[in-house]
Structures are given as structure tokens and as C-alpha cells.
Design a protein around this ligand. Structure first.
Ligand code: ADP
Length: 389
């Protein structure tokens, strides 16, 4: 009898060379899992750390076939691969995780809203609108969103007077997409519920976190969300698990939520990949979201999402408006000041508003964690004096 067992791991293809793919590489090393990358350009964030790579266009099917040739599973750094191409890869016999029928809900906000309504998931009141008259009928103030292609607050307009609606219609027309109107939610704060789910149906729910956005960009995350009523936390996790199951999501699902001033939660949007609101888990949870994403898409048993510490605070490092930031040069001060601080750089050049890294601070005292993480991020951003100071 010959053994058919193998000590060699299959190769996982990853589409997109951003920081999320880069951070998947760390647990892939530990798990002995080879990654093959499709990068949009040479030298991008993940291309610096994943040697088996192809540079090409993720909207080109031949390129997608080239990068997945010889692999059995493909996953994503972003959600922008055309759904038709993903169906073609499935027909080729590649396991696409998350699959196209799930991923479409992270690509198209109108499709997502319709499906969540069918699932009785609480959402802001919403409707697809095609004219200013539709917007008036929907009611002001409201939020207009392009149904596809938005990110980090781009493609989102708060409309208080009807003449402000035109910008959304112009952007949608230019991109060939629709406009979704939503009620302007009076939220107390934004929450995020992250779950990992495998093709076998195993799921793991991370503690619900609170995130702070500025200009539509995530700046700060506190895990777990302070003073969140246990019933609301449970409801948020239950919603995320229900969506992951109903949509057959594989990998990480992040459900962005609003906690309303009157104590309800509403779903804002879905992401089907590791998410900025899960970066705290790299240092603050038993198993990081990146490792659980890999475990899930490879259909391995999931790791514990339990926190290691009472609190973890994540603060993003963004390029400031002026060129005063420092990354590597900032390490001596940051490390000497706080030996427990965890620093994650993405290998990106500083540009205004660009996410170039984040820090995690964990411990028993929330105020202390906030101070340490905020100080370090501000230091790297260059908000605390110049390098020689
Ligand atoms: P993106 O695709 O850019 O992430 P989102 O739909 O998450 O867009 O919106 C970006 C930000 O705009 C949210 O984080 C939130 O602060 C605000 N926002 C979005 N929808 C609403 C809404 N219906 N009511 C109030 N604020 C909203």
C-alpha cells in the first residue's frame, strides 16, 4: 500500500497586491502555505513579500487563469474582480473563496440591500433612485451612494438640499452604475462584526468592535466596543453569522454597522476579505483575522477569535497633508517609548490621506491603550514635531 499523504501544502492564489495580501503572508509563512500573487504593479505592498507573483490586470480573464494555473484555491485582497470572470474560474475547477454569488453582495450595494431585506436584517431605509425627483420623494436629508466602486467614503454624499444630489448622479453616470439613497442615520457610533466562515460551514465570531471614521476613512478601532450592551453585541454577531451562512461566504466577512442613538443596530455594508476593523486581532486575538481568512479559504479548522487582552486599540497611520511623516525613522522613539507597542507598516510611501500602516496597543486600561496607540500613530504621521525634535 503506498501512502497518498503529502507534507506539501497546496498553493493559494491571492488577487490584489495591497496591504491585506501582504498581511496574509505572515500567517501563510507560519502555516507553510505557499501564496501566489496577482499584483497590479511591480513593487506594490504585497509584491514586496510574496516572491511567487505575476503583475497584471485583475479584470482580464487570461491573467486570472495564468495566476490560478496549478492552484486549487483563489482568494482576494479586494472585491473588484468581475463576477463573470469568477464564474469562469469556478467552471475551470478552481475553488473561488469567497465565491461569486457571495462576493456580488460586497461589490454592489443595491444587490446587498435587496438580499439583506430578504433576510430581515435591519438596514437603513433605502431605495435606488434615478432622478432628483426620486431623491425628493425619498426624503431629505439623505445619503446617496454609487452602487459600485466606492471605498473609503468615495462614492458617498450626504445630501441636505436637492441641488447637492447632482454630484452623485454625475459620478454614477461617469462610472456606469446606479445611485442608492439611504436615510441619514443618526448614529451614536460605528461598529463592526467580523466572522470567519469555512466551506464546511464552521464559523468563528470576533468580539464586536467600535470604529471611528474621519472623512469616510477608518482611523481608530477599539476592541471590544466599550460599553456595548451585551444584547446588542450578541445581535451584531448573530447578524454577521446569519449573513455569512445565508450568502455562503468563505473567508472573513466584515459587517459594518451603525449603533443608533436610540439603541438599535443597522447594517451599513459588507466586506468579504480581511478588514481594517479586524487589524487589532493581529496582536489582540488568539488567531488573527488574516490567519483565520487563510484557514477558512483552505477549509482548515478555524482558530479561536477570543481576545488575548482586555483591550486592544488600533490606530491607522495615514499620510498627513504635508511631508512631515516618518516611518522607519520614527521607530526608535516609538519603540523606546512603548516596548509593548506593535507596529505594522505596509511598505508604502507616505502620501496625503493614504493608509501606510497601523499600530496596536493592548492592555488592561483602555485610556492607557488609547493614549499609547494615538501617540505612536501621530508620531509616525509627523504631527508631533519634526524628526530631530
Ligand atoms: P464606503 O464604500 O466608502 O466604505 P460606506 O457606505 O461605508 O462607504 O460609507 C462611508 C461612511 O459614510 C460610513 O462609514 C459612515 O460614516 C457614512 N455613512 C454611510 N452611510 C450612511 C448613512 N446611511 N447614514 C449616515 N452615515 C452614513
Amino acid at each position: 500500500m503506498s501512502s497518498t499523504g503529502s507534507h506539501r501544502a497546496p498553493t493559494l492564489a491571492v488577487i490584489g497586491g495591497g496591504q491585506l495580501a501582504r498581511m496574509m503572508a505572515q500567517p501563510a509563512i507560519a502555516l507553510g502555505l505557499p501564496l501566489r500573487l496577482l499584483a497590479e504593479a511591480e513593487g506594490v505592498s504585497a509584491a514586496q513579500v510574496i516572491p511567487d507573483q505575476l503583475v497584471g490586470d485583475h479584470t482580464d480573464l487570461d491573467t486570472l487563469r495564468a495566476v490560478t494555473a496549478g492552484t486549487s484555491v483563489v482568494t482576494f485582497d479586494h472585491e473588484h474582480v468581475p463576477i463573470a470572470h469568477l464564474h469562469a474560474l469556478v467552471a475551470d475547477g478552481i475553488a473561488v473563496r469567497p465565491g461569486p454569488d457571495a462576493l456580488v453582495h460586497a461589490q454592489d450595494k443595491a444587490v446587498m440591500r435587496r438580499r439583506l431585506a430578504e433576510l430581515d436584517v435591519p438596514c437603513p431605509r433605502n431605495a435606488v433612485v434615478t432622478t432628483a425627483a426620486d431623491v425628493e420623494e425619498f426624503g431629505l436629508p439623505c445619503v446617496l451612494k454609487t452602487t459600485r466602486g466606492g471605498y473609503d467614503g468615495k462614492g458617498v454624499w450626504v445630501v441636505r438640499a436637492i441641488d447637492e444630489a447632482q454630484a452623485a448622479f454625475d459620478a454614477a453616470a461617469a462610472a456606469g452604475v446606479e445611485v442608492l439613497a439611504e436615510e441619514l442615520v443618526d448614529f451614536r457610533r460605528e461598529l463592526s462584526a467580523l466572522v470567519a466562515r469555512s466551506p464546511s460551514g464552521q464559523a468563528a465570531a470576533y468580539p464586536v468592535v467600535a470604529s471611528t471614521q474621519l472623512d469616510g476613512i477608518c482611523h481608530e478601532v477599539v476592541a471590544p466596543a466599550p460599553d456595548l450592551a451585551p444584547a446588542l453585541a450578541g445581535e451584531a454577531q448573530e447578524i454577521a453569522l446569519r449573513i455569512a451562512g445565508a450568502l455562503d461566504v468563505t473567508g472573513i466577512l466584515a459587517v459594518e454597522l451603525f449603533e443608533t442613538a436610540d439603541g438599535r443596530i443597522l447594517v451599513n455594508e459588507l466586506a468579504m476579505r480581511p478588514h481594517n476593523t479586524g487589524h487589532w486581532s493581529q496582536d489582540g486575538a488568539v488567531t488573527s483575522q488574516f490567519e483565520n481568512h487563510l484557514r477558512a479559504v483552505m477549509d482548515l479548522p478555524l482558530g479561536s477569535p477570543a481576545p488575548r487582552e482586555r483591550w486592544t486599540v488600533m490606530v491607522n497611520i495615514l499620510g498627513g497633508p504635508t511631508d512631515t511623516g516618518r516611518l522607519y525613522d520614527g521607530l526608535p522613539h516609538a519603540m523606546a517609548r512603548d516596548p509593548r507597542l506593535r507596529v505594522h507598516f505596509y511598505g508604502k510611501d507616505l502620501r496625503p490621506g493614504r493608509k501606510v500602516g497601523h499600530v496596536n496597543a493592548y492592555g488592561d486600561d483602555l485610556e492607557d491603550c488609547l493614549e499609547r496607540a494615538r501617540h505612536a500613530a501621530a508620531w509616525f504621521r509627523g504631527d508631533l514635531g519634526n524628526v530631530s525634535a
